[in-house]
Design a protein around this ligand. Structure first.
Ligand code: GLY
Length: 253
């Protein structure tokens, strides 16, 4: 497995914010936490490939939003936040040796944080960042390989994966306040603890769910359901509206 990442930008203090008020971000601490996250990915068997630093691109650490990669193809996204589009070129360069690359074109917008893959189904958030045209282009790009794509309205949070993520087998961790859980009928849904609304973002790597250390109550719920959880502290990046999935693009090598 390859984990594509990028260091925290000097400009992160100017990051996009949609649902959070701006708070000071400690850049030194953010970078240390991000290094520890990369180390955790490496310890789970990922080869970490860092993209070139992008000191002027405030949200460039959140590489997930720039691409959706499945076994057969990589779809280069087109972020709904225009400030994030200059992040695409370096991601395209990194993916080109790994997969055929298809691009989302205007008027489509798509951010990888809105795309939750479970097996051969892609659930795609209809959010402030991903529109109907972006969804249609993603669906067309993966349909030839047997993937089904379904739209899920998102309200009250940034991306679909702020509200729901896969934690193995048929199990998802979810904040039902931000999506209609009816779209996930047939799955075992683990609700976040009400005191931890941002705890529905987990990154499953080789059977282990990387999960924010600031969410111990939801972690206990996951562990009670048999999910193996490794907590990581990305609390500085959480102030920039980022979670554990946001900081990598995982590519099966
Ligand atoms: N700050 C993350 C984003 O809004 O894209």
């Amino acid at each position: 497995m390859i984990a594509i990442t990028r260091d925290v930008s000097d400009a992160i203090v100017r990051c996009e914010l949609t649902h959070l008020a701006r708070q000071p971000i400690d850049l030194v601490r953010a970078r240390a936490q991000h290094r520890a996250y990369e180390a955790r990915l490496a310890s789970l068997g990922c080869e970490v490939r860092r993209l070139a630093d992008a000191p002027d691109l405030a949200d460039a650490v959140f590489v997930e939003d720039t691409a959706v990669v499945v076994a057969e193809v990589a779809v280069l996204a087109r972020p709904g936040a225009a400030s994030r589009r200059p992040e695409l070129a370096s991601m395209a360069e990194a993916l080109t040796p790994l997969r055929p690359v298809v691009r989302v074109e205007a008027p489509g917008t798509l951010e990888g944080g809105d795309v939750l893959r479970v097996g051969r189904t892609l659930f795609v958030g209809r959010s402030g960042r991903t529109n109907d045209a972006g969804f249609a282009q993603l669906r067309a790009a993966v349909a030839p390989y047997g993937y089904d794509a379904r739209q899920v309205p998102v309200t009250g949070c940034l991306h679909l994966k702020s509200a729901i993520t896969w934690v193995g087998e048929r199990r998802l961790v979810v904040n039902c306040a931000w999506i209609d859980a009816g779209a996930f009928e047939g799955f075992d849904l683990v609700d976040v603890d009400p005191a931890e609304p941002f705890a529905a973002n987990a990154l499953l790597v080789r059977g282990t769910a990387i999960h924010g250390a600031q969410f111990p109550r939801t972690r206990a719920r996951l562990e009670a359901r048999g999910v193996r959880v490794e907590p990581v502290d990305l609390s500085e990046l959480a102030k920039a509206e980022g979670g554990v999935t946001c900081c990598s693009v995982i590519v099966d090598a």
